[in-house]
Design a protein around this ligand. Structure first.
Ligand code: NI
Length: 447
């Protein structure tokens, strides 16, 4: 099983200062072989011991800088597809690290590639960078200075954490076998979303595993929220127009009554879930708007409806659109009406790969201890991280950023949302340590 063995074998290392770490680094590799060959079959990889312990020191060293980046981003939020200053800041900051191959896959996204000394697997790390159309009500010194725009979901933290991870990893190039790809994504909050555009631009070519972090004010700082399988829903929308023949309400034999047919359509659509979907697949179908007619004595020519479909499984999603069309077609035909039906796909469901998630969970347990890990149930919200997961096995997980004592309890997308900045270090360490896990642990993590 891949792990970061040092943390099992040498817990004492975790609390070493960078200076005493240098002493460890100078030990001959034979030292480790001698010490551990009796406890483990095979040879403990000294390289990994050094990496794991070194990371701790580097994360600590990066604390102030990452907090500064996060505050800069928080003060200067930009809406989806408009992340011009943000992406420029990210690009320039990455450039200052040296050793990264930078590009702009789309006008407001940034990709950085870090090639290790030896060939190996490719691991992609993703952060989203966009803010929301919300007027901030926090009175921090670094509160948003863009009226009506706010980082109210923690994407400022995601971006800062990934910059921090990129800096640490760029400084450890000789330890990297393979490639690490940093994806700074635009427009997560606004379908059709930036992830799909980046995929189309080729950012996932050759990627073996992808991970993404969402900070969460619902989870206390220090906790890591893990989930296997479905994590978030596909949030699709639909529009239906029932077309009949309008006329006088007193002469029903001369009309095709769209109101009566529309009512049948709404009722029968409930069967798309209750009678056509596996009860163990979570699916929601809601008709949320119905509009037709103008007055009491006129049968309208058309009735319009719209609504949403939420699914956790891609198969359930594929099926529900087809079932809906069959029901709408059948019901309208039965009554001599016709229809228009448009099913618009939102983001795909986020479904976590088991192997990659196991590496993430193992990393969290070893780096932060057993008590840090929480299993999270799926949520019915949408996330376009799923676009990356379609190209490579991936895992999307949460890093706790809530803190009741400090009053950091507001939900995401709230004008007073914020994060405990301690979470930035947790996230940075998770990005870095999981990367080594995924690069080295290909056999367990890969497809
Ligand atoms: Ni978000």
């Amino acid at each position: 099983m891949l792990r970061l063995p040092a943390l099992f074998e040498l817990p004492i290392l975790l609390n070493q200062s960078p200076a005493s770490m240098a002493a460890w680094e100078n030990l001959p590799s034979d030292f480790f072989r001698i010490v551990y060959s009796r406890r483990r079959k095979g040879v403990l990889r000294r390289r990994q011991i050094i990496e794991t312990a070194t990371i701790d020191g580097r994360v600590e060293d990066g604390r102030d800088e990452v907090v500064r980046w996060r505050r800069h981003l928080h003060r200067n939020p930009e809406l989806s597809f408009q992340e011009e200053e943000t992406s420029r800041f990210v690009y320039e900051t990455l450039e200052s690290f040296g050793g990264l191959q930078l590009s702009r896959p789309t006008p407001t996204s940034v990709m950085a590639r870090l090639f290790g000394e030896e060939p190996g697997r490719t691991v992609a790390l993703r952060a989203d960078m966009d803010a929301l159309p919300i007027e901030e009500e926090n009175d921090f010194e670094f509160a948003s200075r863009n009226p009506g725009v706010m980082h109210a979901c923690g994407h400022d933290g995601h971006t800062a954490m990934l910059l921090g991870a990129a800096k640490i990893l760029a400084g450890m190039r000789e330890e990297i076998k393979g490639e690490v790809r940093f994806l700074f994504q635009h427009a997560e909050e606004q379908p059709p979303g930036g992830a799909g555009e980046m995929v189309e631009a080729g950012v996932m070519e050759g990627v073996d595993a992808v991970i993404g972090i969402h900070l969460s004010s619902y989870l206390p700082v220090g906790k890591i929220g893990i989930g296997y399988g479905p994590r978030g829903a596909a949030a699709d929308t639909f529009e239906i127009v029932v077309k009949g023949k309008g006329g006088h309400a007193s002469r029903p034999q001369k009309v095709v009554d769209t109101v009566a047919v529309a009512a049948q359509v709404v009722t029968n659509l409930q069967h798309a879930v209750s009678r056509n979907t596996d009860p163990l697949d979570s699916t929601v179908l809601s008709v949320t708007r119905i509009a037709g007619g103008t007055t009491h004595n006129v049968i309208p020519e058309t009735v319009e409806m719209e609504g949403t479909v939420r699914t956790l499984q891609e198969e359930a999603r594929e099926k529900v659109a087809g079932t809906m069309e069959r029901i709408i077609g059948g019901v309208t035909a039965a009554h001599g009406a016709s229809y228009e039906f448009e099913y618009r796909r939102g983001y795909r469901p986020v479904v976590n790969d088991e192997g990659v998630t196991r590496v993430v969970e193992g990393t969290a347990r070893e780096v932060f201890g057993e008590a840090a890990v929480e299993y999270l149930p799926p949520a019915m919200g949408g996330e376009d991280f799923s676009a990356f997961q379609r190209e490579a096995p991936g895992s999307f997980f949460s890093v706790g950023a809530g803190n009741e004592e400090k009053g950091i309890t507001y939900p995401h997308h709230h004008p007073r949302f914020t994060i405990d900045e301690g979470a930035l270090l947790t996230g940075m360490k998770m990005f870095v340590c999981a990367t080594f896990g995924l690069l080295d642990g290909g056999k367990e993590a890969g497809p």
